[in-house]
Design a protein. Structure first.
Length: 140
């Protein structure tokens, strides 16, 4: 019978440097050739794919990017970028950008405000998983 050790333990025995654990204990996952930042995001993707197959939404995109612009007297200046988790057109024909959230960090709160100021016609929704049910909140 042989000795059984984990990959992490083997790396430690060999003196290899290990990547740090994620700060908020998220586990990056990969599905359909797409890298997701967390298992929560992956679960939401699977849910949205089923909803799209049912015909309740269209044009599902993963990790859409939006330029964040600051107003100056001369012209708008790009001051950053907002990357949502998903975007799609809902059954009412409205463009929706979703962000799955476990923890709201200060940088996200700032980018959320800038996004709302730059794109008032796009509905921004924060989604959480509470007791095995999706809970969504539209950001005003």
């Amino acid at each position: 019978m042989g000795l059984r050790i984990t990959e992490r333990e083997a790396a430690l025995l060999l003196g290899e440097k290990l990547p740090p654990h994620p700060k908020y204990h998220n586990k990056p996952e990969r599905l359909d050739g797409v890298q997701f930042d967390s298992q929560l995001e992956l679960k939401r993707y699977c849910y949205l794919v089923h909803v799209e197959m049912a015909g309740l939404l269209t044009d599902l995109m993963v990790h859409p990017r939006f330029d964040l612009l600051a107003a100056t007297p001369d012209q708008p200046v790009k001051c950053g970028e907002y990357e949502g988790d998903f975007s799609y057109i809902d059954e009412m024909g409205m463009w929706v950008v979703e962000d799955t959230k476990g923890v709201v960090l200060p940088l996200y709160a700032l980018k959320r405000k800038l996004f709302r100021a730059n794109y008032p016609d796009i509905k921004l929704v924060e989604v959480r998983l509470c007791k095995k049910q999706w809970s969504s909140q539209v950001v005003a």
